[in-house]
Write a protein that binds this ligand. Structure first.
Ligand code: GTP
Length: 330
């Protein structure tokens, strides 16, 4: 009965982190289980890394507070050879036992990739009944996870939709380090004269441009970035902590990549970009700042990248543009 109640509670969650904590808490109700962790996997450079994202410690479930790259708990995937082999073979699970404990790894497969893996350790060897219950709970969790994921994505481009933006931004903003020049960034990217694309070539070709721009965004920005389609021809990228020059350089590289791309039938398409530091202030404020920089880029020739704080320091932003942010975004 306890298990059923836990499953009900688990499927009542509306965000990934709470769902993860809820599944760990469900596993902890099962007999013999001594430890459970949700591991996050990420490719940095050409190597895969793992870190515990949520785990059980001193009688409590806790979540990592650090950005993945700065997390001292991250280890190379090779350090967990059974999990590494499991992923390499696209297997559903891996097990390992030593004299004291028995561990099972259950990777969450989504679009043929693994970003999360549940690790369960128990004092007794796994038996058939025990494994049936564990995999049953895990399957409910995995199905629910993909349902949540589906509800968070834009149907046309498969990028994140706007629904979870605030939550992602909050996580990025709380990763701000003491060095103020290294900070997360928020960029608003808008396709130039997109109405003309629709008018000249029709909505189907317009849609194809949106899909291709989304693909270019995915290839330009790595897994530590979060890419959203905010609606229409507007995209938002949350960039992990870095120096302003690096943020500017990667946005410039993306802008140039779009300008170089040959869009079928349509030919050349350009984008304008505005970006601002994603400090700990309200999402509305940060979006408003990036949007003011975007507005400036649109007003000054399009196909360019503008940085809010630089424009502000140069006194190039009037007060009137703020209303654009209100109209466009809220
Ligand atoms: N094909 C397609 N068009 C869309 C979609 N969503 C919004 N649009 C169109 O995007 C166009 C946006 O046009 P505007 O906001 O006037 O901006 P613009 O023409 O890109 O001009 P600038 O932003 O000033 O460079 C409108 O024509 C919308 O109908 C979509 O999902 N598919």
């Amino acid at each position: 009965m306890h298990l059923l109640q836990n499953l009900v509670q688990m499927t009542g969650q509306r965000d990934h982190l709470r769902l993860e904590l809820s599944v760990l808490s469900t596993f902890l109700q099962l007999p013999h289980i001594t430890n459970v962790r949700a591991l996050e996997l990420l490719k940095l450079g050409d190597q895969y890394w793992v870190r515990p994202r949520t785990w059980y410690e001193a009688g409590q479930l806790v979540a990592a507070e650090q950005d993945f790259a700065n997390d001292a708990q991250r280890i190379p995937l090779q350090a967990l050879p059974h999990l590494q082999a499991c992923i390499a073979h696209k297997a559903q699970q891996a097990q390992h036992s030593d004299a004291h404990q028995h561990t099972i790894w259950l990777p969450v497969w989504m679009h043929e990739q693994v970003h999360v893996c549940i690790e369960i350790t128990q004092s007794e060897p796994f038996n058939t009944h025990n494994l049936d219950v564990i995999t049953g709970v895990f399957n409910v969790y995995q199905n629910y996870q993909s349902l949540l994921d589906y509800s968070e994505r834009d149907a046309l481009t498969d990028l994140l939709n706007r629904k979870t933006f605030d939550e992602h931004l909050l996580r990025f903003a709380s990763a701000v380090s003491m060095q103020t020049e290294i900070q997360p960034w928020l960029a608003v990217i808008d396709i130039d004269h997109f109405k003309l694309v629709n008018d000249r070539f029709g909505h189907l070709f317009g849609d194809e441009v949106l899909i291709l721009v989304a693909n270019l965004l995915r290839s330009a920005f790595g897994p530590r970035h979060r890419i959203f389609r905010f609606g229409g021809e507007e995209f938002v990228v949350l960039m992990p902590p870095m120096a302003k020059e690096s943020a500017q350089a990667s946005l410039e590289a993306f802008r140039a990549m779009v300008a170089r791309h040959d869009f079928p039938q349509v030919g050349q398409v350009t984008v304008s970009v505005g970006f601002a530091g994603a400090k700990l202030c309200s999402p509305v404020e940060i979006l408003g700042q990036a949007d003011q920089a975007l507005y400036y880029a649109k007003e000054h020739g399009r196909n360019r990248v503008c940085h809010f704080e630089s424009l502000q320091d140069q006194g190039l932003l009037g007060g009137s543009q703020v209303s654009h942010a209100d109209v466009e975004l809220f």
